[in-house]
Design a protein around this ligand. Structure first.
Ligand SMILES: [Zn+2]
Length: 494
């Protein structure tokens, strides 16, 4: 070939390559969502000097950190957080109004479904599905936008942390059963556990009989299960983008027991860091560097425990919701002559007994107003609000908006309570443990890291929201955002 012909040939090759690149939508082969339960944003730096090179440091130093990501609603609890990260919307719309809430006046837990049965267990822990979730998720939009053959799998020790991220259209969600000490699923997804799940359960039987909820072994088991899903479900092997949603629950249970600043948290987070390093290495090997997109965040943070704050001469205290319920009912009885007008409390929300109010011919609005007044008057309470009218309450706009976004009018209680800042709902005899659920920085400032496919290195302290995660992932994938998404895609500044 003479020089001119060769040059023309090369131009044709380049043009053809450019044409074929532009003729198909570019997407990563796999999205991996990692949610660390009760991971405060500042943990990224609390343990920074002890991280290995290939775990959190790899995400921080090669990926993109949204360092000012806030949760858009209250209560900041597990089920709401997982649902919001993957739907891009808040309890007002996705319907997961708490870890527990009422549907048609009946108490239920976030992913409880009595119409399905467990697979891998005969116990009640298997009666789970995403049916209480009212909107679509990232995984659902992948199925709708890219195709039903794209695979979507959720893995976590906690049922809600596996089921909600995986969404309605998932191929599988696997969570831990405390009775059988193994990963299970439900008939919502399948009739029998896949061979690889049975094998995983058998192989790790001894380890899974230990305290997976509060010991670092729980982190290793969860990542082990995620890696087994990656290999056996052949995720990220073709151009149809798959989703692997992994959530780490041990971090939450340990913080509730020992406190967010306790020494017991360190080995758990260092284990998490090492597991992250090996997962990324496995992704490099199985899917290929640059072919996968990772995001890492948390469902909520955690408040400093009262003993820790007291030792540092800082304000803190407890909100004993059972006592508030009982004492408010006693006051209401004095005023209206009827006992138990408040039916129940769940986290920071209180439910009126509307049947009882109707039976006694009481004025519902008057009972509610009186209950709000009584609870607001308590020394440990900053605000108690009529949730339906939260937008009229005299509360700073930023906080008021979170109450509105967290209130689901079909499922939440009528009264929402915010204790003084630094105070937290308490129920156990353990004095060291932390909690979460409030609007405060401790509970609502979460880490948000993106890494991999088309993610530049950088950091922003611009305000970003938990609801932006689903919007960002779907925008990158060029698919429609989940159907009730309120978030905005985050632009990565280089
Ligand atoms: Zn949680």
């Amino acid at each position: 070939m003479n020089r001119i012909i060769r040059k023309v040939f090369m131009i044709l090759v380049v043009a053809a390559t450019a044409l074929s690149a532009a003729s198909q939508v570019e997407r990563p082969r796999l999205v991996v969502g990692i949610v660390v339960d009760q991971m405060r944003w500042d943990y990224l730096y609390k343990y920074y000097d002890r991280w290995v090179e290939g775990g959190f440091k790899r995400l921080l130093n090669e990926g993109y950190s949204c360092a000012n990501t806030m949760i858009d609603y209250v209560p900041t609890v597990t089920a709401c957080g997982h649902a919001t990260l993957y739907t891009g919307t808040t309890p007002a719309l996705h319907g997961i109004a708490g870890n527990d809430y009422m549907i048609d006046g009946r108490p239920t837990s976030s992913v409880k479904d009595t119409t399905v049965t467990g697979v891998g267990t005969t116990g009640s822990a298997g009666k789970r599905s995403p049916r209480n979730l009212l909107t679509t998720t990232i995984g659902d939009q992948i199925k709708l936008g890219i195709g039903p053959l794209a695979r979507v799998i959720g893995v976590s020790l906690k049922d809600r942390a596996a089921v909600l991220p995986a969404g309605h259209g998932a191929d599988g969600a696997y969570w831990f059963d405390n009775d059988t000490h193994q990963f299970i699923t439900s008939t919502y997804y399948m009739k029998e556990l896949p061979r690889w799940v049975k094998d995983f359960n058998k192989k790790n039987n001894k380890q899974m009989k230990g305290d997976v909820w509060k010991d670092k072994s729980g982190v290793a088991i969860t990542f082990g299960m995620a890696e087994a899903a990656l290999k056996n479900e052949k995720l990220g092997r073709d151009d149809l983008t798959d989703l692997l949603a992994v959530s780490i629950s041990t971090t939450d249970a340990a913080a509730h027991t020992f406190g967010v600043m306790s020494g017991e948290m360190e080995p758990i987070y260092l284990q998490l860091d090492k597991e992250l390093e090996s997962l990324l290495r496995l992704l490099d090997k199985e899917v290929g560097r640059g072919n996968y997109l990772v995001f890492l965040s948390a469902d909520h943070g955690g408040t400093y425990s009262e003993p820790h704050m007291a030792a540092n001469h800082m304000p803190s205290g407890r909100f004993y919701d059972s006592a508030v319920l009982e004492e408010t009912n006693a006051e209401l009885r004095k005023r209206f002559g009827v006992d138990k007008l408040l039916r129940d409390k769940m986290e920071y929300t209180f439910y009126l007994d509307n049947d009882l109010i109707a039976r006694h011919g009481l004025d519902r609005e008057a009972v509610k107003a009186e209950a709000v007044k009584i609870i607001s008057g308590r020394p440990e309470v900053m605000w108690a609000v009529d949730a339906e009218r939260a937008s009229e309450a005299s509360i700073p706009l930023e906080i008021r908006e979170r109450v509105v976004k967290g209130y689901n009018r079909k499922r939440s209680g009528e009264i929402f309570v915010m204790p003084l800042t630094g105070y937290y709902a308490s129920w156990s005899g353990d004095q060291r443990g932390s909690n979460h659920g409030s609007w405060s920085q401790s509970d609502s400032h979460i880490p948000l890291l993106f890494y991999g496919w088309k993610v530049p290195h950088g950091e922003t302290t611009r305000l970003t929201h938990m609801t932006d995660v689903a919007a960002t992932i779907c925008a990158m994938l060029h698919i429609q955002a989940p159907n009730a998404c309120l978030g905005q895609p985050i632009e990565f500044d280089e």
